[in-house]
Design a protein around this ligand. Structure first.
Ligand code: DGJ
Length: 733
């Protein structure tokens, strides 16, 4: 493998060569790491002439008398506050010894390593063999404090992807407080001023709307202060060139591998330069770094696409499937499941569950999932979280017996947990009232009648691990749905001293990762699905441990068009759990055809969330067809390349195609949202096929060349009702 990182020692310049892209850093003569380029490939060469020296009024000067250099006008890799840069810093450190917040970080040394180091206690992308990637560790130092700030860059040979994180090492004798520790900060020149900020924002049951706004002077940002990445905002954003779309234009994507409070922020300064940053939210964050201690930030993933958003997503999807998803299940075809939640809510007994499982088994489903309500005295959502003991009133013969019966029907058995939670009405809370996240002397605010366990504490994690492991060992469990149904309030930990209380939120996330690491290592055969009231924690941090996530509590096919479209901007289809549920839909009351519900759900980790013994003969026949079809194309849908063809955000339609990596096969789906009378002649033009190969539309005699399919497209049947969908399976002949 050729070298991915080149260092030109004479001009002190680093060229980081990822696939089809280059990132250039130059160490300024004063020791500041400057950002010189990120975009299309550039061969290693001197960039000295590009370092701008310009008098900038009201931009104070680092060297007395040299008015031509101010940090306020310099494109930097690790900006700080207080020494002439007035934009948002990447790092802020408070020094209790004298109350100073000033930092002066200069280049000290660097190392170039093959492969990519793991990040202690944090999920991160990884190499499959050391030649996949190379890592630059840029060591910056504040000489007065003895503080080292290591900026880590890893580049991957096969993807236009770069990862970044920052590690602090306190080599000084005094304690320091890290108040801002972003994972990545990139300074773009003023040619980027006309770019747009794309964010994925939403709410419960309406996750990840795609919102695009022009960059304006000042700061634009999205963040979470909820303790989780949240339904409201996602730790992903993109900068898109003016006019960029699915296929054209430069796009820069930024994604944080983190599940807690984050900030993603872009500042267009007074000279129209653009600073793009992502990392832990500095809001309510203060980390005491004792002498000799280290602090590692989460990892940011940076992706460049010269061919629009479509290419950005495909690159991220491929990259995440190969270098983020983990464990036995990462590439395995996921079982088609049936979940009892919307079929029964808390009102079930063994007989009802067995009926649902049997009806699923009869049509070829492969996994039965018992959702909330099987433990303690949980007949509603006000009790028993933390008491992971089966409710014998509902299941007199226990979980092992139920699991075996489900297995007997030829189905695997899965179970729901909410490991991070505790109900005030629970034996666990009565035994350990201080185990929840709280602040003494303050009200404990309830959310869904529950508190959050303080899993920053090892003894709390151990008890949860013990009680849940017991069940996972006893019953034949092949799948776990890991839910999380409220956000943090009164953020404080009884285990931390006053001066460390603002570490609670991050320590919580570290505790979460430690638990997820434990369970996924201890039970490697179990397929874990993340969940947080639907898609409230749909992020790359969770995906490292759990290869799929319940995308939204909204199971309506039409709402899902937007939710899945938005989610697919950053995350692979195989990670998005999607189910067919009953109509009228429980969240929005909409009545959609069974067929459409299937077509939409199939584009994710597929399943049903209903009692299939209670559906009409017609719907049952349709379900049988869906399962048969899905089994034929499951591998393709999981691992193929996604091309978004029509956006439900901007049209009355939604369409997409998933194409096999070797272009031998594809599945295209089209949904018309509202049926329009006297509609025009419409086609769906496909993408990603081989223009020179011919494709048969499976199940018909129709054969077309890829060029025709991509220029003219497939004819859309005139809808005869609202929410009409069509699916085509194409195979190269
Ligand atoms: C929220 C999840 O998103 C639902 O699917 C379901 O598991 C409920 N929690 C159960 O309480």
């Amino acid at each position: 493998m050729s070298k991915l990182i080149t260092y030109l020692s004479e001009s002190k310049t680093f060229f980081l060569q990822a696939a089809n892209s280059t990132y250039v850093i130059k160490i300024h003569e004063l020791g500041f790491p400057l950002h010189m380029h990120w975009g299309a490939t550039v061969a290693p060469q001197s960039v000295d002439g590009l370092v701008v020296r310009r008098d900038r009024s009201f931009g104070p000067n680092v060297v007395p008398g040299d008015r031509l250099f101010s940090l306020d006008g310099a494109p930097q890799e690790c900006p700080v506050y207080g020494t002439s840069d007035y934009r948002q810093p990447a790092v802020e450190v408070y020094q209790p010894v004298d109350g100073s917040r000033i930092l002066d970080l200069r280049y000290k040394s660097h190392r170039i390593e093959s492969g990519k180091p793991a990040l202690e206690g944090l999920p991160a992308t990884f190499t499959n063999k050391s030649e996949d990637a190379e890592t630059l560790v840029l060591v910056l130092e504040d000489a007065k404090l003895g503080l080292s700030v290591e900026v880590l860059y890893s580049v991957f040979a096969a993807y236009p992807v770069l990862t970044r994180s920052t590690r602090f090492v306190n080599r000084g004798k005094d304690s320091l407080n890290i108040r801002r520790a972003l994972s990545s900060s990139v300074d773009f020149t003023s040619s980027y001023a006309n770019y747009h900020f794309l964010q994925l924002s939403g709410a419960w049951a309406r996750e990840r709307d795609v919102i695009v706004t022009p960059l304006r002077r000042g700061i634009q940002s999205v963040d979470s202060k909820r303790g989780v990445s949240s339904h409201q905002q996602n730790p992903f954003f993109a900068l898109t060139e003016l006019g960029a779309n699915e296929e054209h234009g430069n796009v820069y994507g930024f994604n944080l591998i983190y599940s807690g409070n984050f900030i993603a922020t872009v500042e267009r300064d007074s000279h129209d330069c653009v600073r793009a940053q992502i990392g832990i939210n500095p809001f309510d964050f203060d980390w005491q770094l004792d002498s000799g201690a280290t602090f590692q930030t989460p990892e940011a993933v940076l992706v460049f696409s010269p061919n629009g958003l479509g290419e950005m997503s495909r690159q991220l999807h491929r990259f995440y499937r190969a270098h983020l998803l983990h464990g036995e299940w990462k590439d395995k075809e996921r079982p088609i499941l049936v979940n009892n939640w919307e079929a029964t809510y808390f009102d079930f007994d063994a007989e009802k569950l067995e009926r649902i499982a049997k009806a699923g088994a009869d049509i070829g489903l492969e996994l039965f999932v018992l959702d909330d309500g099987w433990f303690g005295r949980r007949n509603d959502d006000r009790t028993s979280l933390g008491d992971w003991v089966v409710d014998r009133n509902k299941l007199p013969n226990g979980l092992t017996d139920l699991g075996k019966r489900v297995n007997g029907q030829g189905m695997k058995f899965g179970l729901w947990f909410e490991p991070e939670m505790i109900s005030p009405d629970s034996d666990l809370y009565r035994a350990h009232p201080d185990w929840c996240v709280h602040v003494p002397g303050r009200q404990r605010t309830e959310g869904r009648s529950q508190y959050i366990l303080d899993i920053s504490r090892p003894e709390v994690r151990e008890e949860i691990q013990r009680s849940i492991s017991k069940i996972l060992r006893e019953a034949p469990i092949s799948y776990v749905k890991w839910d999380m149904n409220r956000h943090m309030t009164e953020c404080g930990s009884a285990a931390l001293p006053p001066e460390r209380q603002q570490e609670t939120a991050h320590r919580y996330v570290l505790g979460l990762y430690s638990m997820m690491e434990y369970f996924t290592k201890e039970f490697p055969h179990i397929l874990f699905e993340g969940c947080s009231g639907g898609g409230g924690r749909f992020d790359a941090g969770i995906l490292y441990y759990m290869p799929q996530i319940w995308t939204s509590d909204n199971s309506d096919a039409i709402s899902r068009l937007r939710i899945q479209y938005g989610t697919s901007l950053a995350y692979p289809l195989s990670t998005m759990a999607a189910h067919v549920s009953v109509v009228p839909n429980h969240q929005v009351g909409r009545v959609t055809p069974f067929r459409t519900r299937g077509h939409v759900a199939m584009t994710g980790a597929f399943g049903y969330e209903m009692d299939l013994s209670a559906v009409s003969a017609e719907d049952r026949a349709e379900a049988i067809e869906q399962v048969k079809f899905y089994k034929q194309v499951r591998g393709l849908l999981m691992n193929g390349d996604l091309y978004r063809l029509k956006s439900p955000f901007t049209s009355n339609e939604s369409a997409w195609i998933v194409v096999a990596a070797d272009q031998s096969e594809a599945v295209a789906t089209h949904v018309t949202i509202l049926c329009q009378p006297s509609c025009g002649i419409d086609y769906v033009t496909l993408r990603g096929l081989d223009p020179k190969r011919s494709y048969r539309v499976v199940g018909t005699e129709e054969v077309y060349r890829g060029d025709l399919l991509m220029q003219c497209g497939l004819s859309i049947t005139m809808p005869t009702c609202d929410f009409f969908s069509q699916i085509w399976h194409l195979k190269a002949v």
